[in-house]
Design a protein around this ligand. Structure first.
Ligand code: ATP
Length: 505
């Protein structure tokens, strides 16, 4: 199955089964915004809770054998606009943008590839393609061609070679072609990604504020508050989960790149000498986290940033990348782990005049801590889990099932009376009332059992407990295992323990 088909099927399942809906759909939608349905919010909350647990409630054991110290925070989305001047976002949070002179479409210059097809060194055709990874540029370019042009290329067989350059990489003065209509593109121009708004009744420049483009700055603004009010000592971390907004030039690939999204960020404050040790520590911790919540190790890689790729604040950065269907066989970013140096604290100290230095009592010295930042996308992580779980299976009625790790599944178990009579619904209700005390479970009474199983497969429920005729005789229930379709009988009064062990085990 092609990866485009996989994505189309996944997006359709997400809509059909209540994971993700296009925002404002009845008005034709709004590009780059999505709504999370009942199942989607449940899954997203599970990812968020796993992250919060791994960071704040049960942080990892540090190199000295003791748990590291991390505290939580929930800062405001709108802050004093000076924040974004100090952080460099007003001046530097830009993406290069190109416009099509013909059809007026707008693209990010680093995401439009010019694919030149050559035979014996001679150019046959150049085609523009929008892509998140260079590996898929040639396929994208090919699939955008009409059948006549495709045949023109295919007739060259093995002699056909392709050269891929993003519009950003073209020599000065050379412009690319529009991936939609082949029209000429403008030269790249810088475009600030921050959404602005006005606070208060008067809409002038003094009232201009911004929706935060990252959660990180709220942490730096509160670093001193936390230091002064909590019993923390360097090294320590502050973690935050919340919405961020970026006016992305080309939001695309479902919830991968949207204009409103959620981040999970932790700023780790340490002394400069220890930066290499903590950088390696957090790299490994973060990779382990994604594997632990259900992503396959083979689908994840580390990618070090080249010097010219580093953000304005960053001294070093490594991304954890996931093999999404739309980047395969390549990978796309899931999380970045950056060494931000003491850039942010220095900037806020200079701009606000507030002292940000840390006093190290044992060594009697003052310094500005350096920062390691594991910054991940909660919505992007949710997408990775959805992609990983999507498992076609012609052998079952639903033709596909969502193989979430049980602890991440939106619904952990369904209680299903075989028929809506003979006392079965009553027993099912009793079991449901018991299980829901600890887990997200559903009871479903209507429709044929086959249809109910099919729905549970599609929403990724790992266990179904069926109350049938035998339950009335011997107090046992059937457990249906989502992945293997095996069925076994267990005592009715053992169901709660069974589920506890499966979900936490
Ligand atoms: P990209 O290169 O994909 O634009 P970035 O490097 O600018 O991302 P960061 O600023 O490092 O991203 O943000 C941290 C994380 O936030 C990213 O790893 C990603 O998971 C998530 N993220 C960033 N932008 C978006 C977006 N537009 N939609 C969804 N998630 C996003």
């Amino acid at each position: 199955m092609s990866d485009t088909t996989t994505m189309e099927q996944l997006v359709s399942l997400c809509k059909r089964r209540g994971f993700v809906y296009p925002a404002s759909e009845i008005y034709g939608g709004i590009n780059g915004f999505w709504d999370y349905g009942p199942l989607g919010i449940q899954l997203k909350n599970n990812v968020r809770d796993a992250w919060w647990r791994a960071m704040v409630e049960c942080p990892p054991i540090g190199p000295d054998g003791q748990p590291v110290q991390i505290v939580g925070l929930d800062s405001s989305i709108i802050q004093n606009p000076k924040t974004w001047e100090a952080s460099g976002h007003v001046g530097g949070f830009n993406d290069p943008m190109v416009d099509c002179k013909e059809c007026k479409s707008r693209f990010r210059a680093d995401q439009v590839a010019m694919v030149t097809f050559l035979v014996n060194g001679d150019e046959v055709m150049t085609v523009g393609a929008v892509c998140d990874s260079p590996e898929v540029a040639v396929d994208e370019a090919m699939s955008s061609l009409n059948s006549k042009n495709r045949r023109r290329l295919e007739k060259h067989g093995d002699k056909l070679v392709s050269v891929v350059k993003t519009v950003e990489q073209l020599p000065a003065g050379e412009t690319g072609n529009c991936p939609k209509c082949s029209g000429e593109l403008t030269e790249p121009r810088m475009f600030n990604l921050m959404f602005d708004t006005y606070t208060g009744a008067i809409r002038d420049e003094n009232a201009k504020t911004y929706l935060r483009p990252e959660t990180a700055q709220g942490i730096f603004l509160n670093y001193k508050n936390v230091l002064d009010t909590m019993r923390v000592k360097v090294p320590f971390g502050i973690a935050q989960v919340g919405k961020a907004f970026r006016n992305e030039v080309t939001p695309r690939n479902f919830i991968f790149r949207s204009r409103e999204f959620e981040q999970m960020e932790m700023e780790w404050f340490c002394c400069e000498e220890d930066v290499p040790m903590w950088y390696e520590f957090w790299k490994q911790q973060r990779m382990d986290f994604w594997c632990k919540i259900g992503l396959e190790g083979d689908n994840l890689i580390f990618r070090d940033h080249d010097g010219d790729e580093l953000a304005h604040y960053s001294k070093a950065c490594v991304d954890i990348e996931y093999r999404y269907p739309f980047t395969a066989p390549g990978f796309g970013e899931l999380e970045g782990i950056a060494h931000r140096g003491c850039f942010d604290l220095t900037q806020h100290q200079t701009h606000s005049k507030a002292k940000m230095e840390y006093f190290d009592q044992p060594n009697n010295r003052k310094f500005l801590p350096h920062v390691i930042e594991p910054a991940s996308g909660l919505t992007r992580g949710t997408l990775a889990l959805l992609c990983e779980a999507f498992t076609p299976d012609e052998g079952r009625a639903s033709k596909v099932f969502m193989k979430f790790k049980p602890s991440m599944a939106p619904v952990k178990a369904a209680v299903l009376p075989l028929v809506a009579k003979d006392g079965m619904p009553e027993i099912a209700t009793q079991l449901y009332m018991q299980l829901r005390e600890k887990h997200m479970v559903e009871i479903d009474i209507k429709q044929s059992i086959g249809k109910r199983y099919a729905r549970q497969d599609e929403i990724g429920t790992p266990y179904c407990f069926t109350i049938d005729g035998d339950t009335l005789d011997d107090n046992t229930v059937t457990v249906r295992h989502r992945d293997t379709l095996d069925q076994e009988r267990i005592p009715l009064d053992g169901v709660a323990k069974f589920l506890d062990e499966k979900i936490t085990g």
